[in-house]
Design a protein around this ligand. Sequence first.
Ligand code: UD1
Ligand code: CA
Length: 447
Amino acid sequence: MPQLRAAVILAAGHGTRMKCSMPKVLHPVGGRPMFSWAVGLARAVDAALICAVVSKKTDPVGKLAASELGGGAVMVQDPPQGTGDAVRMAAGVLEGFEGKVVTLYGDTPLIQPSTIDRVFMALEDQEAAVVVLGFESADPTAYGRLVLREDGTLDRIVEAKDASPQEKTITLCNSGVMAASADLLFSLLGEVTNDNANGEYYLTDIVGLARGRGLKVVVVTAPEDEVMGVNSQSELATAEALFQARMRAKWLAEGVRMSAPDTVHASWDTQIGPDCVIDPYVVFGPGVSLGAGTHVHSFSHIEGVQAEEQVSIGPFSRLRPGTEISAHAKIGNFVETKKAKIGDGAKISHLSYIGDALIGADVNIGAGTITCNYDGFDKHVTTIKAGAFIGSNASLVAPVTVGAGAVTGSGSVITRDVPDDALAVARGRQRDIEGWAESFRNRKKRK
Ligand code: UD1
Ligand code: CA
């Protein structure tokens, strides 16, 4: 029988050490809230039941949790009285669950699914009643310490504030991840008291309680880079740096060429195909996928963009959500796009704003072209059909369609649809006044 798994995500603390009005678990790593990292982790290890403990259903954390897990899976802990008290809030949903439960903290965003798999497996492989995920910390100061027995199994966890000077020298720390069967977990939690330095109900106390019942508790370890907790803005920045390093290393291993990888900034879901080249100083916001052989030149900011193969982007491109770029298209310097479908081989090479637009295959958009998509109230669509040529410095006042193969004269303000293969010119005619410039200069000089 495959192991039945559940996860409880703790997210009811405000995180006062962040010194920020936004709750800690909403702070992003790789553009994704730390809370959502925990949900993604629980899903990745096939948890059949995932529930979250929040401080209010109506605050932003409660709303995010309900949108990701469904309202029925969100429990309220008000007021927060410690991690043990928090897990207890999940009893209503998990009591009677005939499987194993893992606790995940909403402030440890870098844990890998394979590590949680090892935690679950250790319950069986090592015939343990409780498994704790631990790590060797270079700076254990604030972490709970794992006190081992001589046989290497876990005796108890002591929180930093309650630790003796002797215990403070221990460098093996608690990550917050623990697994046990649901019935044992809630039965142990029923015995946890708040007799400690913080006056809180500690989840960590279940280890000593399990030992008191003669049960075996073991530690599984992972590197600190993976299980570090975020309590301050400084630790958030450290977690972000670790995440970025992980993404860059993965891409380099997959053959993505980056001459200055440290200057390329990824989001949690950035996808880069084979044979892509990413030049220095490129930022990927969420929702980007680049097809094979795409080249992103320096100083481009790209979010919510799907690009097919062999696309060229930048330098200095600002591509916003809803941009879909077909193969071999080119988007050049100082071009901004938003909600734009750009056809095969189309070129938007310089200084343009293309928003709410459908651009056909092989269209050429001249420098300085603007789609005037907004009238102050509504957004309107500009359609430019295959093979059309938009002369430089055009304003296309949407809603408007330029027909296939049509040409618009440079400097035109196009307010009406242009038929296929027509030339549209919408600007003042040129007039030459012979000698005017010379007489103007002479007048000025005389003054
Ligand atoms: C906790 C552990 C500590 C461990 C460290 C790892 C306890 C008692 N201590 O300490 O052993 O080394 O994490 O990072 O478990 N939360 C609630 N309700 C509460 C309190 C906290 O939901 O009443 C949530 C928080 O939102 C957070 C998580 O639990 O996501 C951890 O809480 P935090 O206060 O950061 O615990 P630490 O002091 O870091
Ligand atoms: Ca913490």
